[in-house]
Design a protein around this ligand. Structure first.
Ligand code: HXC
Length: 258
C-alpha cells in the first residue's frame, strides 16, 4: 500500500512505519493520522507482521498536530469532526505491539502519539513536550491523562503548564521511555527489540498487551483478576506446553501461535 505521508517497510516479521512530512517536522495533519490508522489496521491484519515500530526522522518524531491545519478551525469544526478521536481509537485497537522510536522532537500530538504506543525508546537527542499552552489550547489526544500516568502529577503539571521540553535523560529517569540509545542507533535498536518480541508466541504477546493496558483502566483488584484469568487461559494453548516443555528439555521454544 502506498502512502503519501508514511513510509512502511516489512522485514523479518517486523513492520517499520516512518512518519514522513519532513518539511513540517512530521506535524500530524488529518491525512497523516488517517493514513497511520489505515496502515496500522492493515499491519494488524497482516500475518507476516508480528511487531510494529513507529518512528519519525532524526530531527523530529513529530512536532505536534499541524498548527496550519488547525489555526482557523472553530469549535463546531473540531467537535463536529471529533478531531483525531477516530484515529486515536484505531491506534488503541491494534493488538500487535507498537514500539515508538523517538529521535528529536516529540511535542504536543507527537508526544501523545508516542505515548499511545506500547512503549517508547528514544535517542539521546529526543525532546518531549506538551507546549499546547503556548498556543492557547490544551493537549487533545490524551496528553494530560497519559503523561500524568507515565511521570506523575507534579512533572506532568510542570510540562503542561510551562510548555517546557524534557530531554532524553529526564524522560528515562521519569519513566516516560524504557531505554535511551545513541543517535544513529535508534532504528536498528528498535528493530532488534521488535524482532525479539516477534519470536514469542503471538497469543502470549497479545495477552501481555491486554493485561498491562488494563492496569490503566481499572482497579488493582480487577486488574489482578483479569491477569489471573489470562494466565489460566494460556494453559489451554499449545504454546504454553511448548514454552514450558522447551525449558525442561533445555532447548529454545518453537512457538506456533496455537
Ligand atoms: C505545523 C510545523 C509544526 C506544527 C513545525 N512546523 N512544527 N507546522 N505544525 N506543529 C513547521 C514550521 O512551521 C516550519 O515550516 C518547519 O516545520 C520547520 O520548523 P521550524 O520552527 O523552522 O524549526 P525549528 O526552528 O528547528 O523549531 C523546531 C520546533 C518548532 C521547536 C519543533 O517548530 C515548534 O515549536 N513547533 C511547534 C511545536 C508545537 O507547538 N507543537 C504542539 C502543536 S498543538 P516552514 O514552512 O516555516 O519552513 C498539538 C495539539 C495536539 O499538538 C492535539 C490534537 C487533537
Amino acid at each position: 500500500m502506498a502512502y503519501q505521508t508514511l513510509i512502511v517497510e516489512i522485514e523479518d516479521s517486523v513492520a517499520l512505519i516512518r512518519l514522513n512530512r519532513p518539511d513540517a517536522l512530521n506535524a500530524l495533519n488529518s491525512q497523516m493520522l488517517g493514513e497511520l490508522a489505515e496502515a496500522l489496521k492493515a499491519l494488524d491484519g497482516n500475518d507476516k507482521v508480528r511487531c510494529i515500530v513507529l518512528t519519525g526522522s532524526e530531527k523530529a518524531f513529530a512536532a505536534g498536530a499541524d498548527i496550519k491545519e488547525m489555526s482557523e478551525k472553530t469549535f463546531v469544526d473540531m467537535f463536529g469532526a471529533d478531531y483525531f478521536a477516530p484515529e486515536g481509537e484505531a491506534i488503541a485497537r491494534v493488538r500487535k505491539p507498537i514500539i515508538a522510536a523517538v529521535s528529536g522532537y516529540a511535542l504536543g500530538g507527537g508526544c501523545e502519539l508516542a505515548m499511545m504506543c506500547d512503549f517508547i525508546i528514544c535517542s539521546e537527542t529526543a525532546k518531549f513536550g506538551q507546549p499546547e499552552i503556548n498556543l492557547g489550547v490544551v493537549a487533545g489526544i490524551g496528553g494530560t491523562q497519559r503523561l500524568t500516568r507515565f511521570v506523575g502529577k507534579s512533572k506532568s503539571m510542570d510540562m503542561h503548564l510551562t510548555g517546557r521540553f524534557m530531554d532524553a535523560a529526564e524522560a528515562e529517569r521519569s519513566g516516560l521511555v524504557s531505554r535511551v540509545v545513541a543517535p544513529g542507533k535508534l532504528v536498528p535498536e528498535a528493530l532488534a527489540i521488535a524482532k525479539k518480541i516477534a519470536e514469542k508466541s503471538a497469543l502470549t504477546v497479545m495477552a501481555v498487551k491486554e493485561a498491562v493496558n488494563r492496569s490503566y483502566e481499572t482497579t488493582l483488584r480487577e486488574g489482578v483478576l483479569f491477569e489471573r484469568r489470562l494466565f489460566h487461559a494460556l494453559f489451554a494453548t499449545e504454546d504454553q506446553k511448548e514454552g514450558m516443555g522447551a525449558f525442561l528439555e533445555k532447548r529454545q521454544p518453537q512457538f506456533r501461535d496455537r
